[in-house]
Design a protein around this ligand. Sequence first.
Ligand code: ADP
Ligand code: MG
Length: 378
Amino acid sequence: MKLEVKTLRYLTSDDFRVLTAVEMGSKNHEIVPVHLIIQTANIRHGNVQRCIAELARRNLVAKECTSKYDGYRLTYGGYDYLALRALSKRGTVVSVGNQIGVGKESDIHVVADADGHERVLKIHRLGRTSFRTVKNNRDYLQGRHTASWMYLSRLSATKEVAFMRVLKEHGFPVPIPYDHSRHCVVMEFVDAFPLRQITEVAQPGKLYAELMDLIVRLAQSGLIHGDFNEFNILIKESGVPTLIDFPQMVSTSHANAEFYFNRDVECIRTYFRRRYRYESALYPKFTRDATREFSLDVKVSASGFNRKQLKELDEYYAERGEIAEGEGSEDEDEESSDDQEEEDGTESETGSEEQTTSDGEEGKTKPPTATPTTMSVP
Ligand code: ADP
Ligand code: MG
């Protein structure tokens, strides 16, 4: 989905009122009836029709005819517009530059704020992925309407920013969150490469320990990242890691907390073994190491959304996680030669835990296209 920045400049304030009316109507109408748009926009009748036509021409709304009435629905383009307009009013995004990442569920752009600082704009796009290829299709994913995908995308962005705020405040290495509107988050641009692109690490043991320590510190604060993989760990030139991508985080009180914790740990173990030929007998265990010292989970859930919303999002991520595992990884071929290594009993010494990795999620994000494909860190 392309971000049409040009549109921002050409819409009049009446167009904006009409677009806002469609957004407001979308809260309780899948297709917003024209009379409701006219009533809500509160501008001259003739003007509304003209504005709607203009918005439809720019693909910010789309006409839909039902058996009962004709109306319009907000498109993702329209939703992007509303968010960008809010962010630009506040001066947190005044220009949009290159797209640096395309996840399955987000678009990442470099943007600039009013003072010319580089920032990252993450646009959440849940439901973009087609689940067609997956045998294990679930009706509720397929049957969702655009409006509910937008709703989930907004929840996802809201959750991400709430976690980022709390994590940053408590000294975790995460980007600074600057602003948020609807399904968009503006955050610090981290000048770094995803671990996925780091071919060589001079002291893999040091980095491994730092990452495991991060998993443990999170758990001691009541949190599990839930997608702690090589795409979501950015490594600065100095070798220091920054953690990103928080919408799927769960509390250590979650019913499946142990599973998620172990999966994060296994993900790092597997990656270091395959990529850097590094293996350690030492790795954290939920039952031993995840002793709660703080309750950041409670703090986050008290900030901005209610239980029902969190549950809806949780269900989505749980479902998606299940599906993603079935999808397999982009790099399966490249790495399959190493699979044997896993069977080599090197783990028997440290425990007989079932191996659970989130490898299947590797295809979820793609590394930035504008950067070199490999590098090494000290
Ligand atoms: P998704 O939820 O789609 O996986 P991520 O938040 O993981 O989205 O971002 C996707 C990619 O965009 C990352 O792997 C990284 O390359 C890039 N990226 C995301 N946030 C930042 C940031 N704050 N600074 C620099 N690059 C980023
Ligand atoms: Mg990611």
